[in-house]
Design a protein around this ligand. Structure first.
Ligand SMILES: Cc1cc2nc3c(=O)[nH]c(=O)nc-3n(C[C@H](O)[C@H](O)[C@H](O)COP(=O)(O)OP(=O)(O)OC[C@H]3O[C@@H](n4cnc5c(N)ncnc54)[C@H](O)[C@@H]3O)c2cc1C
Length: 436
């Protein structure tokens, strides 16, 4: 269910492996959260802007789909990331030397890191804020980890679970007893892959190509229920107004928690994902004459500390990341508003978003005049929040999968929200199914 990146990745590898596949998508287009739009010669990503090539499975997907040759790597400038402090933008340190000399952190925070390897492990599940305060101190939470958490989850570090939301960081403490010792040990081992990418025509080239390759994607098809039928399942969907029921040996579920719980009602009397929190996000794309923006826009963008209590999470210098996002002589900036701490954006009139973003952006980036292009898109349930207690959803989902072999939860619901996580987990699931 669902032709977002998870459903399409699983469908792609399963059909390549010879398994008959049918993807049912309620919408009229593939991609789900991946949405590339065009306005006044600007190319706007209304969902994710970049994908991190951080796993073998992401590389395999690009190679097998023929998209590797069209992959567009983010310009080197993306390594520079700014943080807003005292009304000014400061580049976040990219290495130990820059960390020691940056004005973002006080001497106390810098010296405090010497203590980090000697701090013991947590005794119970912690929030990201508790974990960072205990190991690294309040400035690291305010100016580094908190904004990072806003950037990925649009989330609240006082609620997100360190174990579930930033598993690699949590694993460093579990395995090495210290983030610093863990980071040093990791530097000695094989280096992680990396690199942010998109495509010249935008990120939706990925789901479009996967949908073309899978072939059997039905649009306008809303899955209504999944029922047990012997060793397999019956799937009932409303397809362009008519109801169709067909048999399926296995069922992969993607979509948001409410959608998934709704179709599982015949199999799970108690909803499995009920109460899963989501953060709303609005993206506001702003196109300017390049001369109207004084800032050099020489980086990925900037993030905002949560203590400012601003509805702006941060912004991307989109036209500095990839060529072809803005016409010649223009600049495209994408602002992100809302997040777990600012659900009030859902009550705003759509017309106010550009002004609310500009109130903060104008003095910081030195913007004169009005944008010549604006595009706003509001995602009421943009990102699921892996808050404290997320493990209960994971356990309930695993129990239902165990009770109904062939039923699989996939997508961003349980084990990672990034596009790369969704691809990696869906590819691994497809491989497991093909091997069984
Ligand atoms: C604004 C925004 C910015 C983001 N930025 C980034 C970023 O820069 N980098 C990054 O890595 N990640 C980013 N993410 C996160 C990432 O894009 C998503 O987590 C990921 O794309 C989710 O993929 P999915 O396949 O799990 O779900 P979705 O993309 O939500 O796809 C699920 C699909 O299922 C369909 N569906 C639901 N119910 C039914 C039903 N009953 N019947 C049929 N079809 C159904 C939906 O229509 C949808 O197409 C961002 C997300 C948002 C919203």
């Amino acid at each position: 269910m669902g032709a977002g990146i998870a459903g399409l990745t699983a469908g792609f590898f399963l059909s390549r492996g010879g398994a008959p596949v049918r993807v049912l998508e309620r919408d009229r287009r593939p991609g789900g959260a991946i949405l590339t739009e065009h306005k006044d010669s600007y190319l706007v990503e209304s969902g994710p802007n970049t994908v991190l090539a951080n796993s073998v499975q992401v590389d395999e997907l690009l190679a097998a789909s023929g998209l590797a040759a069209r992959r567009l790597d983010a310009l080197k400038i993306n390594k520079k990331r700014y943080i807003l402090k005292d009304g000014r933008l400061f580049p976040l340190p990219a290495g130990p030397l820059q960390f020691m000399t940056t004005p973002i952190f006080s001497a106390r925070t810098k010296l405090g890191l010497l203590r980090e390897p000697f701090i013991g492990r947590a005794t119970g599940e912690e929030t990201i804020a508790q974990f960072v305060l205990r190991r690294l101190g309040p400035e690291m939470l305010e100016y580094a980890v908190g904004p990072f958490v806003s950037g990925v989850y649009a989330g609240d570090p006082d609620k997100l679970s360190v174990r579930w939301a930033v598993r690699k960081i949590h694993a460093l403490e579990v395995k090495h007893g210290s983030l610093i010792r863990g980071a040093i040990a990791k530097r000695k081992g094989p280096q992680p892959r990396g690199g942010l990418f998109s495509f010249p025509e935008g990120l939706d080239a990925l789901p479009k190509e996967l949908a073309r390759a899978v072939g059997s994607v039905t649009y306008g098809a809303s899955v209504e229920k999944v029922e047990r039928d012997g060793d397999g399942f019956n799937v009932t969907a409303s397809i362009d107004g008519r109801t169709e029921t067909f048999p399926a040996g296995r069922v992969l579920l993607t979509g948001n928690a409410r959608d998934v719980d709704a179709v599982l009602a015949p199999l799970a009397p108690e909803p499995v994902l009920k109460g899963m929190p989501y953060a709303p996000v609005a993206i506001v794309a702003l196109g300017f004459d390049r001369k109207a923006v004084a800032h050099p826009l020489d980086g990925f963008g900037f993030l905002i500390p949560q203590t400012l209590n601003a509805p702006l999470l941060g912004c991307l210098f989109t036209s500095s990341l990839f060529p072809g996002r803005a016409p010649e002589g223009k600049a495209l900036i994408t602002a992100f508003l809302g997040g777990a701490r600012h659900p009030e954006i859902l009550g705003w009139d759509p017309s106010v978003f550009p002004d609310r973003a500009l109130e903060i952006l104008r003095p910081v980036l030195g913007i004169a005049g009005e944008p010549e292009m604006t595009l706003t898109r509001v995602w009421p349930e943009a990102i699921p929040q892996y808050n404290l207690g997320h493990g209960a959803f994971v356990e309930r989902a695993a129990a239902l999968e165990a009770r109904h072999p062939g039923l699989h939860f996939s997508g961003n619901l349980l084990h990672g929200v990034s596009v790369a996580d969704c691809v990696t987990n869906a590819a691994l699931l497809a491989r497991k199914i093909l091997q069984s």
